[in-house]
Design a protein around this ligand. Structure first.
Ligand SMILES: [Zn+2]
Ligand SMILES: [Zn+2]
Length: 142
């Protein structure tokens, strides 16, 4: 089954080649600035994203974020080098969605709480996981 979602105004559509029900939550400060709360996303490297109002913003030295310039909806996050595309869970209907993981769990501010996800990764664990991976990709590209 494919899953189809869209931004608030409907101009940007996202199609997933199969059902993806695991929601991954990021508590990092950048995501919280981006969407005024934890960002909830589905990891789907082969998602198809289209729409004339889709804009891409380089949000850091290694990542970029897509959004709809008409309505402001957050659409995706991905590394500039690599396949780890995540799309906003809120673009899709919530039926069947379940909490899969939290990342940057130590960066969650105290003023909100949620049911803890089965997998929780702190910022140190994220750094240990990602820095070698990204360093290798930069090296391999040269
Ligand atoms: Zn839109
Ligand atoms: Zn984040």
């Amino acid at each position: 089954m494919t899953m189809r979602g869209s931004c608030l105004c409907g101009s940007v559509t996202v199609t997933l080649p199969r059902d993806e029900k695991g929601v991954n939550v990021c508590h990092c400060a950048m995501c919280r600035k981006w969407c005024s709360g934890p960002w909830m996303a589905l990891q789907v490297p082969d998602a198809e994203i289209s729409g004339d109002t889709l804009k891409v913003f380089k949000s850091s030295g290694f990542a970029e974020r897509g959004f709809c310039e008409a309505c402001g909806s957050n659409i995706f996050h991905r590394p500039q080098l690599g396949p780890e595309l995540a799309v906003s869970a809120g673009l899709f209907g919530e039926e069947g969605l379940e909490l899969a993981s939290e990342i940057f769990s130590d960066r969650k501010p105290d003023f909100y709480d949620m049911t803890p996800a089965p997998i929780r990764k702190s910022s140190i664990r994220m750094a240990l996981e990602w820095i070698p991976k990204l360093a290798w990709r930069v090296f391999a590209k040269k």
